[in-house]
Design a protein around this ligand. Structure first.
Ligand code: G3I
Length: 367
């Protein structure tokens, strides 16, 4: 989009065009991306924005690659919805973050209610991972291999995989994934890693288990489903990201949104949201191995929040009419100000390991 539009920014008026991905690349990230759904095309303005690579250089399918969509009954694989998204990314010359393989939710009944032994669950996981990753082989920059395996207190979530295999299912999942597509980056992905130190430590434990088994794991995905007033400071977020970098991993924000807890919003809330979005993006800029940022939808009309948290919402960078909000302006301004300040991704950035120094401020906890 070449037309510049004048938007009131948090720190004064800002001349900015809707070019999040272009700005992110200039600032040394690999991408600024968004979750997408096949139904996006029902909203013309939203769909047009989502297909503009200057805004979004990367897609994650919100539901189309999950187990219930790809293997609804045992051994029957269906890829129609996911193919439509991957083909859209290919024709737009965008990257794909693919999502997700081993997750307790959106599991078809035949998996969640099945009665599994160690051997039968191993076989079910291997069949699923090798078929789904095999189908998209070479088309995914990254895969979320294991998703949301932790409770907020850092213990393992009691899902069918844990029940059958104990904690060996982490390394097994990554092993099957590495065999299915050796060219993709393999991630563990979870929420509240930004808020809860014990959960963040749980994710460290999982990564170490995989590494100790001699199996590749390349990245830690922090979903970053935030709530205004509770988002940790930029400094604390940077500290958390560096915990994973210290293990030799890349990091990425994979599902960013910042919800307003009690609607209707007011001016104060909108300004807080703008600042908190910028703090999160800023922490990624501060960490050389932070690959990029993906928002979980970019328009308030398409967000998952109101359905899951009734009374909360307006969590996105654009409003219900796909018009940019102050949060869009603060993120654009921050990215623009970071232009050229770190090397482009995949050169020096991907090899630098930052020291983990705990900031003076207390590590935050969510309310
Ligand atoms: O497919 C059925 C449809 O047949 C039925 O008619 C309809 C009735 O409600 O429901 C449809 O399923 C919905 C599904 O999305 C597909 O649209 C589910 O109810 C709904 O719960 C489900 O929500 C998804 C949610 O994951 C499920 O956990 C959201 O769209 C999706 O954005 C969300 O994404 C997750 C990430 O994968 C992981 N991290 C958290 C994030 C937000 O919850």
């Amino acid at each position: 989009m070449k037309t510049a539009i004048l938007i009131g920014a948090v720190a004064g008026p800002l001349l900015a065009s809707a070019q999040l991905h272009a700005l992110a690349k200039d600032a040394g990230l690999l991408y600024f991306g968004t979750a997408v759904s096949p139904s996006d095309s029902n909203d013309g303005a939203y769909y047009r924005l989502s297909n503009d690579i200057k805004n979004f250089g990367q897609y994650t399918p919100d539901n189309a690659q999950k187990w219930d969509a790809t293997e609804p009954s045992r051994g029957r694989f269906t890829y129609g919805q996911a193919d439509s998204i991957v083909n859209r990314a290919i024709s737009n010359k965008m990257l794909m973050r693919c999502h997700t393989l081993v997750w307790y939710s959106q599991l078809p009944g035949w998996v969640s209610s099945g009665s599994w032994t160690k051997d039968t669950m191993t076989s079910v996981m291997q069949t699923h991972i090798s078929n789904v990753m095999g189908h998209f082989k070479g088309k995914c920059y990254a895969w979320d291999v294991v998703n949301e395996a932790l409770e907020d207190d850092g213990t393992y979530r009691n899902n069918p995989f844990l029940k059958a295999l104990g904690d060996s299912y982490f390394a097994l999942s990554f092993k099957f994934a590495a065999a299915a597509d050796p060219s993709t980056k393999l991630y563990y992905n979870d929420y509240n890693l930004e808020y809860f130190p014990v959960k963040a430590d749980g994710a460290v434990r999982i990564a170490k288990l995989v590494q100790a088994a001699g199996v590749p794991i390349h990245g830690m995905g922090l979903q970053a489903h935030m709530t205004i007033g509770r988002t940790p400071s930029r400094e604390n977020l940077t500290w958390t990201l560096n915990k994973y970098v210290a293990l030799g991993l890349d990091v990425a924000y994979t599902e960013l949104d910042v919800r307003i807890k009690n609607l209707p919003s007011n001016a104060t809330g909108i300004q807080m949201q703008a600042k908190e979005y910028a703090d999160i993006v800023g922490s990624c800029l501060d960490v050389p191995r932070c690959v990029g940022i993906t928002v979980w939808g970019f328009g308030d009309a398409h967000s998952w929040i109101p359905q899951t948290f009734p009374g909360a919402g307006e969590a996105c960078l654009f409003d219900r009419n796909s018009k940019p909000k102050p949060a869009f302006s603060s993120v654009s301004a921050l990215l623009a100000s970071a232009s050229g300040k770190r090397p482009p991704w995949n050169t020096a950035a991907s090899t630098a390991v930052a020291a983990v120094t705990k900031p003076a401020a207390a590590t935050p906890t969510a309310a």
